[in-house]
Design a protein around this ligand. Sequence first.
Ligand SMILES: Nc1ncnc2c1ncn2[C@@H]1O[C@H](COP(=O)(O)OP(=O)(O)OP(=O)(O)O)[C@@H](O)[C@H]1O
Ligand SMILES: [Mg+2]
Length: 251
Amino acid sequence: MIEYRDVSVVRGGNAILDRVSLRIEKGEHVAFLGRSGAGKTTALKVINGLVGPSAGEILVDGAPMARHELPRLRRRIGYVMQQPALFPHRTVFDNVATVPRLLEWPEEKTRAEAERLLAQLELPLATFGARFPRMLSGGQQQRVAIARALIAAPEIVLCDEPFSALDPIIRAEMQSLFDGVVRASGAPPPTGAPEARTTRTTLVFVTHDVREALRIAGRVIVFDAGRVVVDTPADAFMSHQHPLVRRFVEA
Ligand SMILES: Nc1ncnc2c1ncn2[C@@H]1O[C@H](COP(=O)(O)OP(=O)(O)OP(=O)(O)O)[C@@H](O)[C@H]1O
Ligand SMILES: [Mg+2]
């Protein structure tokens, strides 16, 4: 579903991504783990064309970026940014309705789906639907951003530390809720999908949090200084001997 072929992103003489090669299969749930500044956000942004590689190539669904129409591709990708970037002059409902309107869903369907999803995220539409982002707490804004990213059941979901502004109680609830939400969305699963944690949605989830990574993903990819230094099934992560993995586990 997503392939990095020797991808480098160079800015100001520094390699933010340094010859990254990866294949992420359809329906896989992958965590990108790494220290601050390791290149995780950049690695997400090349998937939806927000950042262009300086060298190498990204393929989505078998086709190189240049062959995709970006607006159309982005409608297939739900992206929860590191900073919840809601449209400030749109209400909660209108924010969540962004992609359905681009897809020209009937208004009734949009409202029903928004209501269902926002209820799951503990933001009842009746209470929050007409509010503007400035009238929400940071964690509430982040949940609206999650709803906006997921409502149209995108085939690919990119999440950049989506739970970092949430309190630990709601964060834990959100992680299990998120499993359900992601599972319920997306295209039909590929036949004979081997992984237990494989679902309809291809998920790339950026986090610093080992527990969160292991809870959400079947595979963990560790970035360090723009490089992929570890690529392991989640089950084998805790006993992996790479020094950076040891530091994460010990910390
Ligand atoms: N446009 C840019 N120009 C120059 N340097 C940049 C640019 N964007 C990112 N960087 C640098 O690239 C490195 C990787 O940034 P990136 O945002 O991908 O890190 P990250 O792994 O997501 O970190 P964090 O966990 O703090 O979010 C950082 O050192 C950052 O300062
Ligand atoms: Mg980041």
